[in-house]
Design a protein around this ligand. Structure first.
Ligand code: SDX
Length: 422
């Protein structure tokens, strides 16, 4: 592989180029500061690779997303979420025996310690479930040791218990009694049963609901070095526990520019509906530089043509809503909004297309999941991705504590003046 040449103060420096398995090329600048005295500056890390990774490949120009080499379209069509968890974390699709063992672990570890139920009592009913989830996952770590020998068990515990904690936080918000996990249900059906069952009468999870959730979880399962995954790596790089790294990732995901966008999309579509469905008015607001309004669910740091996940969700939305017998006017508003935006020069010029969050909320809503649980659903899906990246980081011989540099722009040296003399 050839090198990159950098001329600084008339002195030429060479740095090795590295190439990934899909032809991506990077400049390895790990000796930059020691050999030149200068650093790079890249706010938001848009041009900076933080690591080598073999988990997920995205081609933003071609709208390609593959988990461990498998196209997202094929996994969405054929796999179970539990299979995808195993694939992302351990690198290969499980054999029947491996799948059975992994699934049995996820079933067996669904319960949380009874003492953790008391934590829920301290939250106000209005507590956002993402705040509850982040602190509960961190607290989960107080019940288990974080030794290397327990890593696989803790990975299983987290995937299994996050759905129980999420469902309990919903029941807490609506004042209903917690519904315990059942060992006879699939991952998705078990979560939905804990969400929607009530003690007064039996509740059977409709198959279409379980299948829709399975699809949504797969589509959210990983997305390389996004903000929350990079957070999990950043926190894990200090040697903090797996529970702390995942708790931090949940906090990062909660932001409206990241996973919190799916909740904002539905709030925006509802606002447009309440405003007479005038979606052109909101497209114009999104274009107005003097207006901080953004079209939530549009745009992406990497995808510059289309987000394949959004295409899959848009394609399944009609089918799922029909099967659920739901006629949601917000879906038509979303489709009209997309159609208008994609013809508008502002969006075309900036390559702003619907992302995964634009249609996901329509499906969650049709499934009866409340809006403030939407980002929790994103976290349930993304957990295997966070776990896979944390595990890859721990095994990476190149890994070191993440500690970026800066360009200092503050005051130059000055002497302290006693408070009376200022
Ligand atoms: C996710 O990284 C991942 O992979 C994330 C994710 C995952 O799976 O983990 O895919 C999940 O987070 C999807 C994104 C969800 N967020 C939103 O939908 C919020 C709305 N979108 C944006 O705020 C924005 O598009 C981002 C945050 C997604 C991307 O931000 P960037 O790459 O920093 O782009 P930018 O803010 O610099 O915008 C570039 C231009 C700007 O205009 P100019 O200054 O060039 O004139 O595009 C404009 C922005 O004003 N722009 C928008 C817009 N998004 C960008 N204008 C109106 N509406 C929008 N939604």
């Amino acid at each position: 592989m050839s090198t990159a040449k950098l001329i600084i103060n008339d002195q030429e420096h060479e740095f090795p180029l590295i190439e990934g398995s899909e032809g991506e090329v990077g400049i390895n600048v790990r000796s930059l500061r020691s050999s030149t005295g200068v650093i790079t500056l890249d706010p938001g890390y848009a041009n900076t690779g933080s690591c080598r990774s073999a988990i997920t490949f995205i081609d933003g120009e071609k709208g390609i997303l593959r988990y461990r080499g498998y196209p997202i379209e094929q996994l969405a069509e054929n796999a179970s979420f539990v299979e995808v968890c195993y694939l992302l974390i351990y690198g290969e699709l499980p054999t029947q025996a491996q799948l059975e063992e992994f699934s049995a672990g996820l079933v067996y570890h669904s319960m949380i310690h009874e003492d953790m139920k008391k934590f829920f009592e301290g939250y106000p009913p209005t507590a956002h479930p993402m705040s509850i989830l982040s602190s509960m996952i961190s607290s989960l770590g107080t019940f288990y040791s974080d030794t290397e020998a327990e890593t696989d068990l803790n990975i299983t515990r987290l995937i299994s218990k996050i759905k129980t904690i999420a469902a309990f936080s919903y029941k807490k918000s609506c004042g209903q009694p917690f519904i315990y996990p059942r060992n006879d249900l699939s991952y998705s059906a078990n979560f939905l049963h804990m969400m929607f069952a009530v003690p007064a009468e039996p509740y059977e999870v409709p198959d279409v609901l379980a299948r829709s959730l399975n699809l949504l979880l797969i589509l959210h399962a990983d997305h390389e070095q996004n903000c929350s995954t990079s957070t999990a790596r950043m926190v894990g790089s200090s040697g903090a526990t797996l529970f702390h790294a995942i708790s931090a990732a949940i906090s990062a995901l909660s932001g409206p520019l990241h996973g919190g966008a799916n909740q904002k999309v539905i709030e925006q579509l509802s606002m447009i509906q309440a405003d007479g469905g005038d979606y052109q008015k909101y497209v114009d607001k999104a274009k107005d530089k003097d207006d901080e309004f953004r079209l939530m669910g549009f745009g992406h740091r990497v995808y510059k043509n289309f987000d394949p996940r959004s295409r899959i969700l848009k394609g399944s939305a009609d089918e799922v809503l029909d099967a659920l017998g739901v006629d949601d006017p917000l879906l038509e508003i979303a489709k009209n909004l997309e159609e208008v935006a994609l013809k508008d020069e502002y969006f075309v010029e900036r390559k702003l297309y619907p992302n995964v969050d634009f249609y996901s909320g329509i499906l969650y809503r049709a499934m009866g999941i409340p809006t403030d649980m939407f980002t929790v659903m994103f976290a349930l899906g993304r957990l295997p991705g966070w776990l896979a990246h944390w595990r890859e980081m721990c095994a990476d011989p190149d890994n070191r504590i993440n500690r970026p540099r800066q360009i200092y722009t503050g005051a130059e040296e000055r002497a302290y003046v006693a408070v009376g003399d200022r």
